[in-house]
Design a protein around this ligand. Structure first.
Ligand SMILES: [Zn+2]
Length: 119
């Protein structure tokens, strides 16, 4: 299990200059707040992350087409839940999508386009 953090942002003066991403592309540096508890840098992307349920639904809806076993779906769902994919302090939508694809490919051989068509 990942450790849960309630995330406490640092003050304005402590902000760190790190790359800002839009649609997965770097768009220069911007001051970002970070969490003083765990050090995670806050995501400032305009693309808000999705709920975990969105990703679980994708896997479930591919069950028939790619003949996924219940056990495989359960493993993927568990991995997604433990991955921190719903940590909207630090994750943007693009990072979520990449992480989701990586997790799915650990367990099943569903082609990337089949996953991306849901995004
Ligand atoms: Zn934190």
């Amino acid at each position: 299990m990942r450790s849960q953090c309630d995330h406490v942002s640092c003050g304005t003066k402590e902000k760190v200059w790190v790359p800002y991403y839009y649609q997965g592309r770097e768009r220069g540096l911007k001051p970002h707040p970070y969490c003083t508890e765990c050090g995670l840098v806050k995501n400032l992307s305009s693309e808000r992350p999705r709920r975990i349920g969105f990703y679980i639904n994708i896997i479930t809806s591919l069950k028939e087409e790619f003949k996924l076993a219940k056990a495989q779906i359960r493993l993927i769902a568990l991995d997604i839940e433990n991955s921190g994919v719903d940590d909207d302090y630090g994750m943007d939508r693009h990072q979520q999508e990449e992480l989701f694809i990586k997790i799915v490919h650990k367990y099943v051989n569903v082609p990337e386009w089949a996953l991306r068509k849901f995004f």
